[in-house]
Ligand binder design. Structure first.
Ligand code: FVH
Length: 309
């Protein structure tokens, strides 16, 4: 897997302001279409509920009456809807002749299996399929700070990267396997929700002392970069399978985990989240890893939970 930014060997890239069609104008799809319009791309839009296109049409977009009309309007078709069932609900009925020769960039969230199945579905219809993972909220679309990872055929990635750069400043290429981008997105949303749940649990704890979420966040933000800084070293431990306790042993973490459970219970705050954290560590310790570094817990995540007896 290579992650190329701004590929130098772009083969015959589409013109900078190539026409694009956007299907799905929810919070994210609408932001995508608006950014492409601002970047000067002739943009055709379609949404199941037509009214969501009104302001985009007022800003210069062309409204397609049907998904087939939208697909026929541009060689590059971007879809961003709730899930893959929604995607197929409106794409499956589109005639194969309309799809053939086009490139679909699907920015809908889904599983790696759904991405690979859709890639096969597209190939049967002569439609090139690129799968994308948006690592941003709608507010970040069109800014240089955000990234959209893409995987699929390299030539089509190169060809359409100029247009995709209207959406994000960084378009890392993750290789030919469309499922890999979807898997990355699953990993990233798991990381995001775990982080946000920890933040919410902390806000609930401090809320019992009258500390606002804003005050808590101001202090918590001072420690977050340090945790992010541990990741490259921890990644090396996971990749090599050796977990020296350079900063702390798992057992020392477990002592504090017990405190977090106890604190939550004594303050009447939900203790399930800290209890789950501690359960993973206890299992790793029971397997003899208490004296190793925190990343040794990777083994607890690499296998399904043991079935309750
Ligand atoms: N919002 C975000 O920050 C995240 C960032 C990362 C990527 N996600 C994914 O983007 C997909 C769309 O998310 P969204 O936030 O735009 O979602 P909604 O605002 O709820 O819009 C949903 C659109 O999907 C259309 N839709 C739903 N079902 C169907 C269907 N059966 N047939 C046709 N279209 C359908 C819906 O149409 P309508 O309700 O307006 O008629 C909206 O256009 C999603 O995968 C995120 O995980 C966003």
């Amino acid at each position: 897997m290579t992650t190329d930014k701004h590929p130098e060997n772009a083969s015959a890239p589409a013109p900078e302001a190539a026409p694009v069609a956007v299907l799905g104008l929810g919070l994210m799809g609408h932001a995508l279409a608006a950014a492409l319009l601002r970047a000067g791309h002739p943009t055709t839009v379609w949404n199941r509920t037509p009214a969501k296109a009104d302001d985009l049409v007022a800003a210069g977009a062309v409204r397609a009456g049907t998904p087939a009309e939208a697909v026929a309007a541009a060689p590059l078709v971007i879809a961003c809807v709730t899930d893959y069932d929604a995607l197929h609900a409106f794409l499956d009925p589109v005639e194969e002749a309309a799809l053939r020769g086009r490139t679909l960039v699907n920015l809908t969230t889904g599983t790696s299996a759904q991405a690979r199945d859709t890639a096969a579905w597209a190939a049967e219809r002569g439609l090139t399929y690129l799968d994308g993972a948006i690592m941003a909220t709608p507010q970040g679309i069109g800014t240089a700070e955000v990234a959209i990872a893409v995987s699929g055929p390299r030539a089509e990635f190169d060809r359409h990267t100029p247009a995709l750069r209207g959406l994000a400043g960084d378009i890392p290429y993750l290789g030919a396997d469309q499922g890999l981008t979807a898997l990355y997105e699953m990993a990233m949303v798991g990381l995001m929700w775990s982080f946000l749940n920890g933040w919410l649990h902390g806000a609930a704890l401090l809320g019992t002392a009258g500390v606002s979420a804003a005050e808590y966040t101001e202090i918590a933000s001072k420690g977050i970069p340090a945790v992010v800084g541990w990741l490259p070293g921890y990644a090396k431990q996971v990749d090599t399978g050796t977990f020296p306790p350079d900063d702390a042993t798992l057992d020392i973490h477990r002592v504090s985990m017990a405190h977090l459970v106890q604190e939550s219970e004594s303050l009447g705050v939900n203790a399930e989240f800290p209890a789950l954290i501690k359960a993973f560590a206890d299992r790793a310790a029971a397997a003899g890893h208490g004296g190793e570094g925190y990343p040794v817990m990777i083994e607890e995540f690499r296998r399904p939970a043991a079935k309750p007896q």
